[in-house]
Design a protein. Structure first.
Length: 498
C-alpha cells in the first residue's frame, strides 16, 4: 500500500469511526431526553435533581481516582500491534486505577452522612454501598469501551456507550411495573444491571484478544505516566466542574428541586454536546497516526471538516433552543419546569458552541503534548465558573445565572485557546462558510417565528415545526454550498469501505 492510499484510508477510517461514535453519542444524548420525563414522573423533581448530582459525582470520582495514570495507554495503544504489549499497556493502568478507586470508594461510604447533610439537607435517601458499586461498574464499563475505542473497533465502543442507557430504560420500565414506588436506589440498581449486561460480554472478548494477566505495578512507569496524565486529569475535572459544578452550587444556595428544574433545560441546550464528545473519542486515534507520520496536510483537512460539521450542528441547536425551547421543555418535562427554565436553554446552547471549539483545539494540543497549557486554560475557566456561580446565584437566587456563567466561562476559554493555537497554523475556521451558516440561520429564525405566530402551539405542531426548521436549515446550507454533494456522497461511500 503506497502513502497516498494509506493516508486516504486513515481519513476514511476516521470519518467511519466518527459515524459509529456519533451514532452512539447521539443515542446516548437522546437517551437523556427519553429518560428525563420518566425519571421526573417516577422520582419527582427534587429526587430527580438529587439523582443527577449523585450520577455526576460518580463520574467525577471514577475519573479522579486514576490520578492521571493511563496517559501512555491512551496515547500509544492505537499504534500497538504486539498482543503482549497491548496486554501490558491495558492491564497496568487498569489495575492501578481499580485499586485506587477502591480506596476512594471507602471514603464515599465513610463520608455518606456528611454529604447528605451538606448537599441534600438530609432530605434524600440512598445507599452509599449501592452508590459505590454504581461508581465501580461505571469505571469497569469505561475501561471496556476505552479498549475497543483505542484499538479502533468503534462498533463495540458504540455498543458499550449506547447499549447501557437503553438497557437501563427497559429495566426501569420493568421495575415501575413490579414496584408501586421507585426511589433513587432502584434507579442506581437499574444502571448497575445494565452495565453488567453490556460490559461482561465485552470483557470476555477483550480477554480472548489479549488474555488476562495482571502485571506487577512499576512505580517508575506510574510516576512518568502521572507527569503527563495529571494535567490532563486536572483538565477533565475542571471541564466537569464547568459542565456540572453549577448544579452543586444551585443545590447549596437553593434546593435540589431547583437542580431538577435547571437540569432538563441544560440537557436540552447541551444536546449538541455529543458532537465534540465523539471527537474526543475518535480524534486522538487518527490525529496521532497523522502527526506521527508527519502528515500535517491531512490533519488540517480533518480538523477543518470537524469544525465545519460542528458549527453547522451547533448553530442549528441554538436556533431550535431559541425558538422552540419553552415548548420543547414543556413536552419533555412539565409546564412548571418550562416556565422557570426556558431562558436557560438557548444560553447554554450558545455556550456549548464555544465548548465544542475548545474541545477540537484541545485535541490538537493533546497530540502536541501541551497538557499543561490545556490544564491552565481549564483552570482559568473553572475558577471563573465557580466564582461567578457563587456570586450570581447567591445574589439573585436564579438558575438563569448558572446558564450565563456557563456561556461566559466557555467563551473566555475559547479566546485564550484560540490565541495559542494560531502559532501552529493548523486550525481553519473557514469564515466564508461560517457567514453562510449564519445567513441560513437567520432565514430559518424568521420563517419559524412567522409560522409559530399563526399555528396552534400543540406538541405535534411544535415537534413538526422543529423538524421543518432543521430540514430548511440543511437545504439552505446545501444551496449555499456549505455542504457539497461531493461531501455527502463521500460520507455515504465511507460505509462501503472495510
Amino acid at each position: 500500500m503506497d502513502k497516498i492510499e494509506e493516508h486516504k484510508l486513515i481519513k476514511l477510517s476516521f470519518i467511519k469511526g466518527n459515524l459509529w461514535i456519533g451514532l452512539g453519542q447521539f443515542l446516548l444524548n437522546i437517551r437523556g431526553l427519553i429518560l428525563l420525563p420518566i425519571l421526573i414522573r417516577i422520582l419527582g423533581i427534587s429526587s430527580y435533581g438529587a439523582y443527577l448530582l449523585l450520577a455526576s459525582t460518580a463520574g467525577l470520582i471514577s475519573h479522579l481516582s486514576s490520578l492521571g495514570v493511563g496517559f501512555r495507554y491512551k496515547r500509544y495503544m492505537p499504534s500497538l500491534i504486539d498482543r503482549k504489549r497491548k496486554s501490558e499497556m491495558f492491564y497496568h493502568q487498569f489495575l492501578f486505577h481499580g485499586l485506587s478507586l477502591l480506596v476512594v470508594l471507602s471514603l464515599v461510604v465513610f463520608t455518606d452522612k456528611l454529604v447528605k447533610s451538606i448537599f441534600f439537607k438530609n432530605s434524600v435517601s440512598y445507599s452509599a454501598y449501592i452508590l459505590s458499586f454504581f461508581i465501580f461498574m461505571n469505571f469497569f464499563s469505561f475501561q471496556m469501551g476505552g479498549y475497543f475505542r483505542l484499538t479502533n473497533r468503534m462498533k463495540y465502543f458504540t455498543i458499550s456507550q449506547a447499549g447501557v442507557p437503553y438497557t437501563e430504560i427497559v429495566i426501569i420500565i420493568l421495575m415501575a411495573f413490579a414496584y408501586r414506588k421507585l426511589g433513587i436506589n432502584h434507579i442506581l440498581l437499574a444502571h448497575i444491571f445494565a452495565l453488567l449486561i453490556i460490559s461482561i460480554p465485552l470483557f470476555i472478548k477483550l480477554v480472548n484478544e489479549i488474555g488476562f494477566e495482571l502485571p506487577r505495578l512499576h512505580f517508575r512507569v506510574i510516576i512518568e505516566d502521572m507527569r503527563f496524565g495529571l494535567p490532563l486529569l486536572g483538565t477533565l475535572i475542571l471541564d466537569t466542574i464547568l459542565s456540572i459544578g453549577d448544579r452543586y452550587i444551585i443545590s447549596f444556595f437553593m434546593t435540589s428541586r431547583d437542580v431538577g428544574v435547571y437540569a432538563p433545560a441544560y440537557t436540552l441546550g447541551s444536546l449538541i454536546r455529543f458532537i465534540p464528545q465523539l471527537y474526543v473519542w475518535a480524534m486522538p486515534v487518527f490525529l496521532s497516526k497523522l502527526f506521527d507520520r508527519d502528515n500535517i496536510k491531512d490533519a488540517k483537512i480533518l480538523l477543518t471538516y470537524c469544525i465545519k460539521v460542528f458549527l453547522l450542528c451547533a448553530v442549528l441547536s441554538v436556533i431550535i433552543c431559541l425558538i422552540f425551547g419553552r415548548q420543547l421543555l414543556e413536552i419533555l418535562a412539565t409546564k412548571a419546569v418550562a416556565d422557570q427554565a426556558f431562558a436557560v436553554t438557548p444560553i447554554v446552547s450558545l455556550g456549548i458552541l464555544f465548548y465544542g471549539l475548545n474541545v477540537i483545539i484541545g485535541e490538537v494540543l493533546f497530540i502536541k503534548l501541551k497538557t499543561k497549557l490545556i490544564f491552565a486554560v481549564s483552570l482559568i475557566g473553572a475558577i471563573l465558573n465557580i466564582a461567578l456561580n457563587i456570586i450570581l446565584i447567591y445574589l439573585f437566587k436564579n438558575i438563569i445565572m448558572a446558564a450565563i456563567t456557563t456561556f461566559i466561562s466557555y467563551f473566555v476559554c475559547f479566546i485564550i485557546l484560540n490565541r495559542y493555537i494560531k502559532s501552529y497554523s493548523i486550525i481553519n475556521y473557514d469564515f466564508s462558510s461560517l457567514l453562510r451558516i449564519v445567513l441560513a440561520a437567520l432565514i430559518v429564525v424568521g420563517v419559524s417565528v412567522i409560522l409559530l405566530s399563526f399555528l396552534p402551539k400543540t406538541s405535534v405542531i411544535i415537534i413538526g415545526l422543529s423538524v421543518f426548521s432543521i430540514a430548511v436549515f440543511i437545504v439552505l446550507n446545501l444551496v449555499f454550498k456549505v455542504i457539497t454533494k461531493k461531501q455527502v456522497f463521500f460520507l455515504v461511500n465511507v460505509w462501503r469501505i472495510r
